[in-house]
Write a protein that binds this ligand. Structure first.
Ligand code: SAH
Ligand code: SF4
Length: 382
């Protein structure tokens, strides 16, 4: 049986690294030696070496994509979900939550708000629903959002696994980016995070990502960091997966227990929330070093652990923030994990608060801009 190295295994320290003939953190970064083993070294780096990774990534971001942070107003359309991912608070088997579905008017009002506030783009996210009623509803909403914003709001979708035909219809209606996390690039870990009911195969997730790319979406993926049983090697492989898959955008964040799920209690030896947070920042920074011109989100789950989590991620290489613009009365029912922040606020409060906070990171907000992935732009131009 392969030994599972839990995420909180004792970090290697640099004097040992020399003894074993390994390269230093500075050498790995300077010479771009991003092998699996070296990525594990970076992920385990502590103290000054850990800080060095974050600083180098922050600098490289400024050089390659600038100091602008782009907003994507997040509309949590519905918490109705056909899937049963073992980690997620809105999984189908959780009977304790009240299910909701925003009305079309509420979605359009949220999109108008984003347009008025010059957010540039929105993300429509929801539990996974695959029936024709849902598919055509989304199609129409996309067209209406384009109309109400004079074609100016960029639209990202995050609506789970769908058929090629569905992805195509939504693309043709006007959505141009799609977020679908791989959750883990290790099929074995993926299968432990999902039920073995035939509806959650790893291959289906991978195929969906390939289809999105083929259709022409700017394709974003990501993983949860610190998920039950995950190893440093898994995370190193995830980073290599992003690079090989040639992703355009990423959204990664710490796994946080939700009490009404099978993973509601931390496993023995699980990394603490603080460790997951630090590791998430490190994943953001390392990926920025590996793929300097992609879009990297500073995810909300970071803010659930540290109130300044997203700003710290921006300093370490992230350039996208997704302020929640879901009408306030629904937010308490879209709890993917415990302690989700800002669930008692209205959209207006979020916008003002972010402006002030980002000023502290010396970032400028790309108001009214799509802020597309520069990486994608280059691929399209050839
Ligand atoms: N249903 C869609 C979109 C909503 S879920 C989908 O699954 O793609 C969006 C993301 O929330 C998931 O990809 C997952 O990575 C994250 N998520 C779910 N439960 C979580 C938890 N307990 N901790 C951290 N992130 C979680
Ligand atoms: Fe549904 Fe997405 Fe949660 Fe899975 S992660 S249960 S697909 S909302």
């Amino acid at each position: 049986m392969t030994k599972i190295v839990l995420l909180n295994a004792t970090p290697q320290n640099s004097p040992n690294a020399y003894l074993w003939g390994m390269v230093t953190v500075a050498e790995i970064i300077g010479q771009k030696l991003f092998t699996r083993e070296n990525l594990i070294t970076l992920l385990q780096a502590a103290d000054e070496e850990g800080i060095l990774i974050l600083k180098k990534a922050g600098k490289l971001k400024l050089k390659r994509v600038g100091n602008k942070v782009y907003f994507r107003g997040l509309i949590e359309l519905s918490n109705v979900c056909e899937k049963d991912c073992l980690y997620c608070g809105i999984r189908n088997s959780n009977k304790k939550i009240t299910r909701y579905n925003l009305s079309d008017e509420e979605v359009l009002e949220a999109a108008s708000f984003a347009y008025r506030e010059r957010f540039g783009s929105i993300v429509v996210q929801s539990g996974e629903v695959t029936n024709e009623r849902f598919v055509s509803r989304i199609e129409q909403l996309i067209v209406q959002i384009k109309e109400l914003s004079n074609n100016q709001l960029g639209i990202t979708l995050s609506l789970g696994e769908q058929t090629e035909d569905t992805y195509r219809r939504w693309f043709e209606a006007g959505a141009h980016r799609y977020l679908l996390r791989i959750e883990s690039s290790n099929p074995e870990l993926y299968s432990r995070l999902h039920p073995s009911d035939g509806h959650h195969p790893f291959e289906q997730r991978l195929e969906a990502l390939k289809t999105l790319k083929k259709i022409g979406y700017q394709t974003g993926t990501g993983v949860m960091i610190g998920s039950p049983g995950q190893t440093f090697a898994d995370l190193a492989n995830d980073l290599l997966f992003f690079k090989t898959f040639d992703i355009d955008m990423v959204g990664m964040g710490p796994f946080i227990e939700h009490e009404d799920t099978p993973f509601g209690n931390p496993l023995r030896d699980a990394p603490t929330l603080a460790e997951r947070f630090n590791l998430s920042l490190k994943m953001v920074a390392i990926l920025r070093l590996m793929m300097p011109d992609i879009n990297i989100a500073a995810t909300t789950a970071l803010q659930a652990i540290d109130p300044l989590g997203r700003e710290k991620a921006v300093k370490a290489g992230a350039n996208i923030i997704m302020p929640n613009i879901t009408p306030g009365n629904y937010r308490n029912n879209y709890l993917l994990y415990n302690n989700k922040p800002c669930t008692d606020e209205e959209p207006e409060q979020c916008a003002g608060c972010l402006d002030a906070r980002l000023a502290l990171t010396d970032s400028e907000i790309g108001y009214g801009e799509w802020g597309d992935s520069k990486h994608f732009g280059k691929k399209v131009k050839g």
